[in-house]
Design a protein around this ligand. Structure first.
Ligand code: HEC
Ligand code: HEC
Length: 241
């Protein structure tokens, strides 16, 4: 579906952008150079939309799915256009610092460096912790399902096991064991043979004095990865005491 959308985006939509001449004679550039070529302005705007996962109408006054020549691109009425200007200045400061402090050869920071396709860039852990604070464990689980459904396989969020188990540890140590359990449940639902998932489940259960639960997970962890018995066995022994 996303691939299809992208194809439509680039094959149908972009030529229509050029035909509209909307990038000729910009009237209200406050950050971009006034003598920017129409082509460069067009590419910059396309880059903004792709990098932040938004549409022209996110920042500009105009109706979605209406021809672009009905838009008022010069207007500053949309709040996000103002925020995007702040971003433009920030990015140019960052790049100026990089070239000044690091010399000529430096990587340019662009919108996508931080945004990777979403309008408020955050890590998966940040998004889940926020949902948990707001709507509890169920809210966090729903948020995970929603994000995974929409973004899995894209550059927007990292759904790897390592990211999830790291987040589970952070939440466990930060005094949110129920969130940590919920995350480990997700890890094990996606891969019932996850060594790290079972080991951490055991650790969390042991930490909470749930020895029987811990035993089961430590035993499973050793079964999955016998080479790790050296450090899991002592934990299992402790759970058996
Ligand atoms: C993330 C916000 C954002 C998105 C998305 C975005 N723009 Fe812009 N656009 C801006 C900002 C900010 C400026 C003004 C830059 C400046 O002040 O130098 C601008 C300026 C323009 C201008 C010049 C208007 C003028 O007369 O000064 C045009 C034309 C334009 N955008 C078209 C588009 C099109 C077409 C799209 C969709 C492909 C798009 N923009 C997507 C933020 C955005
Ligand atoms: C150094 C990282 C970084 C870069 C580079 C960056 N942004 Fe952002 N941007 C952020 C963060 C973080 C936020 C969220 C700020 C907040 O908490 O409201 C944000 C917020 C925004 C928002 C407001 C989103 C909203 O829903 O409130 C827009 C629009 C935006 N950025 C556009 C851009 C554009 C366009 C560029 C490239 C010119 C860009 N950003 C480059 C980090 C970055």
């Amino acid at each position: 579906m996303r691939v299809l959308l992208l194809l439509i985006f680039s094959v149908v939509w972009l030529p229509s952008l050029q035909a509209a001449d909307i990038f000729e004679n910009p009237q209200n550039l406050k950050v971009l150079p006034e003598d920017i070529s129409p082509r460069e302005l067009g590419n910059t705007m396309k880059g903004f939309a792709l990098a932040t996962g938004s549409r022209c109408s996110t920042c500009h006054v105009g109706e979605e799915r209406q021809p672009l020549d009905t838009y008022d691109f010069a207007s500053d009425d949309k709040e996000l256009k103002g925020k995007a200007r702040v971003m433009l200045k920030m990015v140019s400061n960052i790049n100026a610092t990089l070239s000044k402090e690091l010399g000529e050869a430096h990587v340019q920071v662009t919108c996508v460096t931080c945004h990777h396709g979403i309008s408020k860039p955050k890590t998966l852990g940040m998004a889940l912790a926020e949902a948990a604070d707001k709507d509890g464990i169920k809210g966090m689980q729903d948020e995970y399902a929603k994000l995974r459904d929409r973004y899995y396989g894209t550059h927007s969020y990292d759904f790897s096991e390592f990211t999830l188990t790291e987040f589970a540890q952070t939440q466990a140590l930060g005094g949110h064991p129920d969130q940590a359990y919920a995350i480990l449940d997700i890890v094990l639902a996606e891969n019932s043979e996850s060594f790290q998932g079972h080991f951490l489940y055991g650790e969390l259960a042991l930490m909470q004095g749930k020895k029987e639960l811990a035993q089961g997970h430590f035993e499973k962890a050793i079964k999955i990865n016998p080479q790790a018995a050296g450090f899991v066995q002592p934990r299992l022994d402790q759970a058996k005491q």
